[in-house]
Design a protein around this ligand. Structure first.
Ligand code: GDP
Length: 237
């Protein structure tokens, strides 16, 4: 069932929920770990993608808790980086005012997170990017956040249509080919590619803080010890 080969770029040894950020001036985890944020329209497939990425159901479970859907939920992965699950934006069925609510929180977070190393923005393969998507992309380039675009639900398209769609989105949004990752939570397509891209972002030295001493650099993200016995406890549930 799984499309993964033996070499998993991101083996999840430990995943913990750190807490939610509800307002732009509200609580957020104090951490020196690199942060990677995941953003996209409501219903784009973000929970499904995150589940697949970490191979557990924990993230979706937390992020779907009533009241949590409008918050940023933070998770620490392997004690090595923080994953920030941003609230889905632009849900069509809610009022205009509520639709605009995401802006201060998401934009405030993205502007004020010195540990932010990159953002994965999800776009639905079958839909044209919305104004919200375009504004988000503009915003990310304005704040200089390295951005990866995950094109979700590609299993819904046939091979030819999929290739054309990916090309059109890449050209239309003026992206580089290596920024774009076709993804399917249903088939697992793109999971390892996305995992590898996230690891690269985590390991990249931020431009603002060139490391003077590389000997302090942390090791690779893979399993470095065998002390965590909880691994895979959630797998397959
Ligand atoms: P979220 O609101 O962005 O967290 O989206 P969800 O992960 O809850 O997914 C929204 C809907 O899209 C659900 O009905 C999912 O089953 C469906 N979905 C998510 N990912 C995929 C995918 O890769 N392929 C297909 N065919 N459907 C998907």
């Amino acid at each position: 069932m799984s499309s993964e080969t033996g070499a998993d770029p991101l083996v999840i040894r430990d995943l913990r929920f750190l807490g939610p950020m509800a307002t732009v001036d509200g609580w957020r985890p104090e951490t020196t770990l690199p942060e990677i944020a995941f953003a996209g329209r409501s219903n784009v497939g973000k929970s499904s993608l995150l589940n697949k990425l970490v191979r557990r159901k924990a993230i979706a479970r937390v992020s779907r808790t009533p009241g949590r859907t409008r918050e940023i939920n933070f998770f620490e992965v392997n004690g090595r980086f923080v994953l920030a699950d941003l609230p889905g934006y632009g849900y069509a069925r809610i009022s205009k005012e509520r639709r605009a609510e995401w802006r201060p929180l998401i934009e405030g977070y993205l502007r004020r997170s010195p540990q932010l190393r990159g953002v994965v923005l999800l776009i639905d393969a079958r839909r044209d990017p919305t104004d919200d998507d375009l504004q988000m992309l503009d915003f990310l380039s304005e704040v200089g956040a390295p951005t990866i675009i995950a094109i979700t639900k590609v299993d819904k398209l046939g091979a030819a249509e999929r290739a054309k769609r990916i090309r059109d989105l890449t050209v239309g949004l003026r992206l580089d080919d290596d920024q774009v990752i076709p993804f399917s939570a249903h088939t697992g397509l793109g999971r390892d590619e996305l995992a590898a891209a996230v690891v690269s972002l985590v390991e990249a030295t931020p431009e603002s803080a060139e490391a003077p001493d590389a000997s302090d650099a942390p090791g690779p993200l893979g399993p470095s010890d065998s002390s965590d016995v909880a691994e895979a406890a959630d797998e397959g549930r």
